[in-house]
Design a protein. Structure first.
Length: 131
């Protein structure tokens, strides 16, 4: 699993580049916030996560069914389910603290990073009162 990165993933880098082209500045992996969001806009209180399709359970019903037919099914189903539960807990904690949380799937970012950046830009500008 050494090839599974937590930081600096391809979708994260693509989104960061698209955001820089729009002139947005951000902080990376804020360890003081729940879940260490991938990108943080502190003044706007916007936290952005770039979620891996597999690790965060995109299409969970279908993925779970596939995993249940594979080797070590109990481990993988529990692992992805725990990741999804942790994501929900993180979302609740950040929202309760007044943050807007944005989550993007890796495949969506890779397909169109500019669309994801436009969505982030819109929320950040709105939260700053400039939208």
């Amino acid at each position: 699993m050494r090839g599974n990165r937590k930081k600096g993933t391809k979708p994260e880098v693509l989104l960061r580049r698209a955001l820089r082209r729009r002139g947005l500045r951000y902080r990376l992996h804020a360890g003081d916030l729940p879940g260490s969001p991938d990108l943080v806009f502190r003044s706007a209180k916007v936290a952005v996560f770039c979620d891996g399709d597999f690790w965060h359970g995109r299409g969970w019903r279908a993925l779970k069914a596939k995993l249940e037919r594979r080797a070590n099914a109990g481990y993988w189903v529990a692992k992805i389910a725990a990741n999804r539960a942790r994501d929900a807990k993180t979302q609740r904690a950040l929202t309760a603290a007044g943050w807007t949380v944005m989550r993007f799937w890796e495949a969506d970012i890779c397909a169109d990073a500019d669309a994801a950046a436009a969505a982030v830009w819109g929320v950040v500008m709105d939260r700053l009162g400039e939208g």
